[in-house]
Ligand binder design. Structure first.
Ligand code: PGA
Length: 260
């Protein structure tokens, strides 16, 4: 099985989570990443700051480098209306934010998001023309009890399996083992590679090869500049980076090593 299209640009996504705590720090972080990126790199970089910084980062950088885009960390499934505190996919689209992370384990965990909710969000995001990055992954105890593949299979079937097929070329999937997120304990590359092959096999059960080949599959979970390349070598199309994306030097280094 061909597991990596070496010609495709690698997708490097920075998930800033609920950081940093001032606009000035967000500016600095963004500028430092932009400065380190060359447009010739074989990579597309997506910065996902908190909502409140999105428009500013987009508009302050009118000459946003072609290979740098912005993404949100979540969105709702309705376009507008009485949903206090929510941000709609249409609002994101209207500020030219191209990507949105959906189903992150922290949303599933702290905000009780279910596959059904994540399906609605992903459906709507695709419908308005956003590019969702759908997170899937098993908990530590599920891994221990040998349930990894069952968990992933369910998440894929419950969400990807129910999305309109004609829009799926805009979808990316991030495999993020939950036990590896923010722990410093990244998933060994050979294990991640086995999971990658499993995900592709599951996708091929519900989608044509043509579509599966266009879905970018990323790895996330304690990625840093030292271990990043091993996931690209294992066949992943890119990375979803949390903690290390807040250190611009590390993140830029990662982008460079992964796009070679
Ligand atoms: P981490 O987070 O890189 O800090 O482990 C990844 C994520 O939560 O997306």
């Amino acid at each position: 099985m061909v597991i990596n299209n070496k010609m495709a640009k690698k997708l490097l996504v920075a998930n800033w989570k609920m950081n940093p705590d001032t606009v000035d720090s967000a500016d600095h972080l963004f500028d430092a990443v932009l400065k380190g990126i060359n447009e010739d790199l074989n990579a597309e970089v997506v910065i996902c700051p908190p909502f409140i910084y999105l428009e500013r980062l987009k508009s302050k950088n009118k000459k946003l480098k072609k290979n740098v885009n912005l993404g949100a960390q979540d969105c709702f499934w309705e376009e507008k209306g009485a949903f206090t505190g929510e941000i709609s996919p249409t609002m994101l689209k209207n500020i030219r934010c191209h990507y949105v992370i959906l189903g992150h384990s922290e949303r599933r965990d702290f905000f009780a998001e279910t596959d059904e909710m994540i399906l609605q969000k992903t459906k709507k995001a695709l419908q308005v023309g956003l590019k969702p990055i759908l997170c899937i992954g098993e908990k530590g105890e599920e891994k221990e009890s040998g349930e990894t593949f069952d968990v992933l299979k369910n998440q894929i079937q419950n969400v990807v399996g129910k999305l309109p097929k004609y829009q799926l070329a805009n979808l990316s999937i991030a495999y993020e083992p939950i036990w590896a997120i923010g722990t410093g304990e990244n998933c060994p590359a050979n294990e991640a590679m086995t999971v990658l092959m499993f995900i592709k096999k599951e996708l091929l059960k519900i989608l044509s090869k043509n579509i599966v080949d266009r879905i970018m599959i990323l790895y996330g979970g304690s990625v840093n500049s030292k271990n990043a390349k091993c996931y690209i070598d294992a066949g992943f199309d890119g990375l979803l980076v949390g903690g290390a994306s807040l250190k611009p030097g590390d993140f830029v280094e990662m982008i460079k090593t992964c796009s070679n």
